[in-house]
Design a protein around this ligand. Structure first.
Ligand code: GLC
Length: 429
């Protein structure tokens, strides 16, 4: 490693997001409390009935490992305020539900045991805490009495809680590699926003760096952070901030909601998800793909199906993902394809999203490639290089070729893998 704290992260490229909390039982989006304007009392039925009797973190970690995921980020606390760990700073936690135990620790242990790095998501919003003041996202924002009462809340006590819980998580839960805070709120509809002043972000970052200097931080504390985190969106190109390429991570759901959503039907296919992973790496980013386990503590069978599908592809193609990034801009990518590039190995990976008939022409590549093969089975892909005149003999049309073109000769039948990849060994590397 060359000394950047993001090195492991930009190498590993692929992580699992886990959104698990009381909202998993409502099974209709983790924002349900806000969308349905529920009070603490109304929402408390979920805490009273939260009994994840099928929870097996070893199984979760196996599924992540099989899918090729190298890090995980779990909602220690989401906007609802419920804590998966046994926090000494609140009673609103898993130990005070029928779950009756710390759910976080065994999860982190299980993932770490499979060499998957551990990250925590922590919600800055907190709809349960007695000192958290009303804002435009709060479930009780429309209740005039609540809004009035909120004026007498002492937000600084909430900030102490947020900083205190951060300290607790970073002190008592082993090596935490990444923290994902969520999120800063813009002023809207007569409500003030909440941002770096309100969260006391700078002080918080100092605390974090004091405890774990190399931890990676996202960008939602209204401070830049190590990682820029677009959500449910594939950027057009490598993300730039102030004109500079940054370390970035796209986070995505399988079906639109982060929390378990029983009736959602917009599940992405394995093909689409694999293409999204490739597309992300081809633009120099990471993919954090979310699973929303059920209230009983299991992964949805639809999620298992997708994870296994991705794993099937990753098993033979991870070489085009780990340690890879965007290819130099001088390599012109053919239509319906994506390049990833492993600079150290001197290999370029051509991912073919739409299998063409017989030929792919790589402009400007002639003389640059030493050897080419399909990645999944190491079968040679023969290359044609060099200039050829256009000819039209006995009805056989030959359109000719530029000197710089390198043509790959493909089998007519698309290989039986989700996205075929051609591995190009560059000369002189
Ligand atoms: C958002 C949502 C949230 C989700 C998160 C993931 O900001 O509020 O529910 O946890 O993004 O990035």
């Amino acid at each position: 490693m060359t000394g950047n704290r993001t090195d492991w992260y930009t190498h590993d490229r692929f992580g699992m997001f886990i959104h698990w909390g009381l909202y998993s039982m409502g099974a209709r989006h983790e924002w349900m409390r806000s969308r349905e304007f529920m009070t603490n009392e109304q929402y408390d039925k979920y805490r009273k009935h939260f009994d994840p009797d099928r929870y097996d973190p070893e199984l979760w970690a196996d599924l992540a490992a099989e899918a090729g995921m190298k890090y995980m980020v779990v909602t220690a606390k989401h906007h609802e305020g419920f804590c998966l760990w046994d926090s000494s700073l609140t009673d609103y936690k898993a130990t005070n539900s029928p779950a009756g135990r710390d759910l976080l620790r065994p999860m982190l242990d299980a993932f770490r045991a499979r060499d998957i790095r551990a990250g925590l998501y922590y919600s800055l919003l907190d709809w349960h805490h007695p000192d958290y003041t009303v804002d435009v996202k709060h479930p009780e924002r429309n209740d005039k009495r609540f809004v009035e009462d909120s004026k007498s809340r002492d937000f600084s006590k909430y900030v102490d809680y947020l900083h205190g819980q951060t300290r607790e998580l970073l002190s008592d839960y082993g090596d935490i590699d990444l923290l994902f805070y969520d999120f800063s709120i813009a002023a809207e509809a007569g409500f003030a926003g909440k941002g770096k002043e309100e969260w006391q972000s700078e002080k918080l970052v100092k605390l974090i760096r004091g405890l774990r200097p190399d931890i990676l931080l996202n960008d939602r504390l209204q401070l830049p952070g190590d990682i820029t985190t677009p959500e449910q969106y594939q950027p057009r190109e490598w993300i730039k901030v102030n004109g500079q390429r940054v370390v970035w991570e796209a986070c995505h759901t399988f079906s639109g909601s982060w929390g378990y959503y029983r009736d959602e039907e917009s599940w992405k296919s394995v093909d689409m998800l694999v293409q999204m992973l490739i597309d992300t790496v081809s633009k120099g980013g990471n993919l954090l793909l979310n699973v929303g386990p059920t209230g009983r503590g299991e992964f949805d069978e639809r999620a298992i199906d997708r994870l296994k599908g991705i794993g099937g592809w990753m098993k033979r193609h991870k070489r085009s993902i780990y340690g890879c990034s965007a290819a130099p801009e001088s390599f012109q990518c053919p239509v319906d394809c994506r390049f990833t590039y492993n600079e150290e190995a001197g290999r370029l990976y051509l991912h073919i999203f739409n299998w063409p008939f017989k030929h792919i022409h790589l402009q400007g590549f002639s003389g640059q490639v030493e050897y080419a093969q399909l990645l999944h089975d190491a079968s040679e892909i023969r290359m044609i290089q060099g200039e050829q005149e256009m000819t039209m003999e006995a009805g056989a049309f030959n359109e000719g070729r530029h000197a710089g073109t390198l043509t790959l000769e493909l089998p007519v039948k698309k290989p039986n893998v989700t996205v075929p990849v051609i591995e190009l060994f560059l000369k002189g590397k």
